[in-house]
Design a protein around this ligand. Structure first.
Ligand SMILES: Nc1ncnc2c1ncn2[C@@H]1O[C@H](COP(=O)(O)OP(=O)(O)OP(=O)(O)O)[C@@H](O)[C@H]1O
Length: 244
């Protein structure tokens, strides 16, 4: 569903992402992990077609984002860590806007289902500027789901959500994967990522350190007795170069 082939991003002399290659299949939930500045957001934004790659190919369901941006963007949704909303539009007007842009045929039904799921029904006619931070995050997530993307890219989607919101979010991602869609989620909240992700992609300083299942990560990086994901993360990012 997602093929990243030799993706490279440089800002002047500074290399933010260094020849990164990986694939994500439908049904997989990939946790994109790495320290601050590792290149996670840069990679997600490139896949979403927001920043052009210096080099490489980024294919969504076979559609390369630079060569066929419309084809690729129809099939993906990206939720940044600080979603921007239209402050003077209501929650429902956001969904109407997305439905028009992506030609969603069943806004009235599916939009309502999403608002219900994310506990926004009573805020349907509230302006974005009057929403709490967590509610804004939920509106962005509803907008992302509305056009039924094959690939979901979510940058720190659990931050700002209340416990029920986190549970709903996690359940909805599992549902997306069960539908055969691919999910890439970046998060520093390792305990929340644990149990959700089928695969982990660990990056540091723009390089891939590891891609595999959480079990494989434990085998590769943990010592007996300290197999928390946090410990795996520290060992992986302190170990340095590509291990798989
Ligand atoms: N527009 C830019 N110009 C120059 N350097 C940039 C630019 N955008 C990002 N960078 C650099 O690229 C590197 C990767 O940044 P990125 O935002 O992708 O990291 P990240 O893994 O998402 O980090 P965090 O966990 O803090 O969100 C960082 O060193 C950052 O300073």
């Amino acid at each position: 569903m997602l093929d990243v082939i030799d993706y490279h991003k440089a800002y002047g002399d500074f290399v933010a992402v260094d020849s990164l290659s990986f694939g994500v299949e439908g049904g997989q939930i990939v946790g994109l992990l790495g320290p601050n500045g590792a290149g996670k957001t840069t990679t997600m934004r490139a896949i979403a077609g927001i920043i052009p790659p210096t080099r490489g190919q980024l294919k969504v369901d076979g559609f390369e984002i630079t060569a066929d941006p419309v084809g690729a963007k129809k099939r993906l949704a990206y939720v940044p860590d600080d979603p921007r909303l239209f402050e003077t539009l209501t929650v429902w007007e956001h969904l109407q806007f997305i439905a028009t842009a992506y030609e969603v045929p069943d806004l009235d039904v599916y939009g309502q289902v999403l608002l219900e799921k994310f506990e926004l029904t009573e805020k349907r006619d509230t302006l974005a500027q009057e929403l709490s931070r967590g509610m804004r995050q939920k509106v962005a997530i509803c907008c992302a789901y509305l056009h039924r993307p094959r690939l979901l890219l979510l940058d720190e989607p659990l931050t700002g959500l209340d416990p029920r919101g986190i549970r709903t979010m996690k359940q909805s991602l599992v549902e997306q994967a069960a539908l055969g869609n691919a999910v890439v989620i970046s998060s520093h909240l390792l305990s929340l990522v644990e149990g959700l992700c089928t695969h982990l992609l660990i990056v540091n300083r723009g390089k891939k350190l590891f891609l595999g299942s959480p079990e494989e990560a434990r085998t590769a990086f943990s010592n007996v007795g300290d197999d928390s994901l946090e410990e795996v993360f520290f060992r992986a990012t302190e170990a340095g170069e590509v291990s798989r």
